[in-house]
Design a binder for this molecule. Sequence first.
Ligand code: EPU
Length: 337
Amino acid sequence: MTTEQNISLKPFHFFASEEKCNFFTRIQNTSQVHESIKWCNENKYPILFIGSGSNVLFTQNFVGLIAKMEIMGIKKLNETASSLILEVGAGENWHHFVSYCVQKGWGGLENLSLIPGTVGASPIQNIGAYGVEVQECIQSINAYDTLNNTWITLPNKDCAFGYRTSLFKQVPNRYIITHVEFILHKQPKLRTDYGAIRDVLHDKGIKNPSLENVAAAVVEIRTNKLPDPKKLGNAGSFFKNPIISKDQFEVLDKNFPTMVAYPISNFEYKIAAGWLIEAAGWKGIRKGNVGCYEKQALVIVSYGIVSGKEIFDFSEEIIHSVYEKFKVTLEREVNVY
Ligand code: EPU
């Protein structure tokens, strides 16, 4: 294991703010996971594993070791006439992996095309888009359990997956994910029920879409609506869509009839946070080099040199203002350090 000292975190996260860390290392195999944890225990430093930094916000310098997960590889573990199981290294780029599966004709992940980040980060917040969540294709997860100092394989049912959450998010930094096992399908049931996908396919006159058509539709929708992190620093949705009680929904719905909401059970509704933020007047607002994206209010963007603290403070203002207007508390989806 080689460590570098006093390193700027700017190239390692999508907001590209200027914070630093004392130590930095790259993790390319499972023994380096163990070594880096041992090194931090011996030297009494905190350790933080990161992927490509697509969903993190650093609000201060990190006093400790940042370990960038770069374990690669896609291995076929099993194949039947209808499905196959792949073991994928945590450091693989998510979109490259999805595109590889689409090219091979293996379905299940196509609606999750173009989501930034790595394979190992995908289960942590159970990434989701256009009617699909990654948990639907996860068979199991290989991880190092830092509490019991042992390697474990967690089957899907033990991962506590929920909307933008999982065991790995609920008990942060306990499990270091090294590989994810996916189950994919050779005759996939394509999921085109999400309005935006239906509209793109309809506009193109595609009646019986292929796997490639669905993936291409998703890429088109995301490219049009979400900022390119290479041009504008951002971490995708900054907040989660809040879940509120049916009683609270009914009061809000009476006062704000255009509010976008979906029932998720007999007792709860999920509200489009983008709608709440826009209705509170934030869409397109810029303060210094931080702003609320003009095409999707759920995304906070950085326009240039900015500190993580400024981005955090801007998000606090949004939370307060949405609460004032709707009495709904927004929760951040990004991981703040
Ligand atoms: N809306 C507005 N104003 C806005 C944005 C959205 O009024 O500025 C309303 C629109 O009416 C729209 C509704 O909100 O119909 C939902 O918007 P959209 O389809 O863009 O989805 P979202 O709920 O804002 C979620 C995910 C996205 C994912 C899309 C598509 C969360 C927190 N975000 O956004 O995920 O791509 O659905 O499935 O659940 C991400 O997590 O980084 C991310 C981009």
